[in-house]
Ligand binder design. Structure first.
Ligand SMILES: [Zn+2]
Length: 78
């Protein structure tokens, strides 16, 4: 994971709010063998379906990591 520089919290204070107009949460599964990803979906079941199809096509790929995406936006306070 890439680290990005951050300012001290007492120097640049920001509010962190949910981004409007995007799904509250999306789910994604990643194959731990080849890093293929299902793509994001508002529902978990379609991503599970992708994993079942992926394992059916490549039987040695049987483990997955779930990634839950939530979107936030920081606003600088004056
Ligand atoms: Zn795979």
């Amino acid at each position: 994971m890439t680290e990005h520089p951050t300012a001290p919290l007492n120097h640049l204070t920001s509010a962190l709010v949910k981004i409007m107009g995007v799904p509250e949460v999306t789910h994604e599964l990643e194959c731990l063998t080849c890093s293929a990803r299902s793509g994001q979906n508002k529902e978990l079941e379609p991503t599970r379906g992708w994993a079942r199809r992926h394992s059916a096509g490549i039987p040695s790929h049987t483990t997955y990591r779930e990634i839950v995406h939530r979107y936030w936006q920081a606003s600088l306070l004056k």
